[in-house]
Design a protein. Structure first.
Length: 58
């Protein structure tokens, strides 16, 4: 578990949890998730909730 970037709207902490077979693997997955969140601005959870009409309007 690690802290990701704060939510820009609420300013609340964003905890990121990932599992792996080893602690090293879990840590790598967390780092990848944080990097993707900083680059894209969307978490995996938010990314899955986007519907086509929202993407088409942008």
């Amino acid at each position: 578990m690690a802290d990701g970037p704060r939510d820009p709207v609420t300013g609340k902490r964003n905890l990121i949890k990932r599992r792996g077979k080893s602690k090293k693997e879990a840590k790598k997955r967390i780092e990848d998730a944080i990097r993707a969140l900083e680059e894209n601005g969307l978490s995996e959870r938010e990314h899955k909730k986007i519907i086509f009409s929202q993407v088409a309007n942008e």
